[in-house]
Ligand binder design. Structure first.
Ligand code: DCP
Ligand code: MG
Length: 359
């Protein structure tokens, strides 16, 4: 069955929050970014500031040139995080299928909510209303039957937009589109496309799948489909994780501490990588072993502070393991888990950590 996906994206997210919190900034060109040192870049600019040509990722020094009378504000990530939590909660009150993409952006699968008298566009307008009532901020929503079209739609009438891409208008929207606006077409691919004379959706549409595979390899079929409005429609709801753990079952029962500790080291590394991917830290470590006769033993330690690094997880797991393991009893499974997870505090992060994290 065809899906109904909504993509919601807050308008000039950081800048809008700063304008809301400080009425003097209302209707003013507001630029949020690092200090205007050589490293400073623009995180975002209010729509008033965008008229001067200021945009995200631009060096702050350049922004000052373009908009000398702008209002320059340093980011307050915890504030943005709070608003993000509020909007995500609103989304989750509509559907379990919410896939956050960044602080200010998420996909929602609302297929099951659509009725004849309740089209997806109406649901999207309710969501926009709820966001405005709860936060005082506007967002833009796109509605379509897959993710990439929904995202495209949300960007089409910013700010405060609500746009629907359906089978009746998809062709007219995609054909004139600059090739760089298609998903997965970065600067490099864009150049290679242009060398082949592909500048717009229509140019892309005119080539066979075989040609696109020849030129762009594995990405060929995807590009062929994008030109036809076909794309992924799965919304991966990321349930709130309480813990992150990894375990290994041995093919042959093991009793050699050195070998087992090497596995624990690997598990600690995997857990740490996952935690960093999700931006999480935790303060309990659990080691589980299953002995050769299926007797299960676990030991947990609660730490005075949170951790996420592989070495830290390993060191604690090492202690727990030595307390659990009986010399004469081989084991068939070993597991390492970090629990009581929290989001890493943005307060200690620089804007650079944050931008890197987004990419
Ligand atoms: N952001 C950032 N660095 C970037 C891009 C974005 O720090 N290079 C931050 C600031 C933005 C927020 O992420 O406010 C959301 O990014 P968006 O791309 O959604 O941009 P905005 O919400 O600011 O504007 P728009 O109205 O175009 O969505
Ligand atoms: Mg946004």
């Amino acid at each position: 069955m065809e899906k109904r996906i909504i993509h919601v994206d807050m308008d000039a997210f950081y800048a809008q929050i700063e304008q809301r919190d400080n009425p003097r900034l209302k209707d003013k060109p507001v630029i949020v970014g690092g200090k205007s040192s050589s490293r400073g870049v623009v995180a975002t600019a209010s729509y008033e500031a965008r008229k001067f040509g200021v945009h995200s990722a631009m060096p702050m020094s350049r922004a000052h040139q373009l908009c000398p009378d702008g209002y320059y504000v340093t980011p307050r990530f915890n504030r943005y995080r709070d608003v993000s939590n509020t909007i995500m909660e609103i989304f989750r009150s509509y559907t379990d299928y919410v896939q956050p993409v960044s602080l200010d952006e998420a996909y929602l699968d609302i297929t099951h909510l659509v009725r004849r008298d309740m089209p997806a566009s109406r649901i999207a307008s309710f969501i926009k209303r709820d966001v405005l009532e709860a936060t005082g901020l506007t967002c833009s929503a796109g509605v379509s039957y897959n993710r990439f079209l929904a995202k495209m739609a949300s960007g089409m009438n910013k700010p405060d937009g609500l746009t629907i891409i359906h089978h009746g208008n998809v062709h007219d929207i995609l054909m004139p589109l600059p090739i760089g606006d298609f998903p997965g077409v970065g600067k490099v691919t864009e150049e290679r496309m242009k060398e082949r004379g592909i500048h717009t959706g229509e140019d892309l549409y005119s080539h066979s799948e075989r040609d696109l595979i020849n030129w762009f390899g594995k990405r060929g079929p995807k590009l062929y489909h994008y030109a036809r409005g076909i794309g992924d429609d799965t919304v991966q709801s990321e349930r709130i994780r309480k813990s992150i753990g990894k375990e290994t079952t041995f093919e042959v029962d093991k009793n050699d501490d050195e070998e087992i500790l090497a596995v624990i080291r690997k598990l600690a590394q995997q857990v740490s990588t996952k935690m960093n991917q999700y931006g999480l830290v935790g303060d309990t470590v659990t080691v589980k072993i299953k002995e050769f006769d299926f007797r299960s033993l676990t030991k947990q330690l609660k730490l005075p502070e949170t951790i996420a690094e592989a070495d830290e997880i390993y060191n604690i797991s090492y202690h727990l393991y030595t307390e659990l393991k009986s010399v004469e009893r081989p084991i068939r499974l070993i597991g390492v888990t970090v629990g009581n997870l929290k989001e890493k505090n943005f307060e200690n992060m620089t804007i650079y950590d944050f931008i890197q994290r987004k990419e």
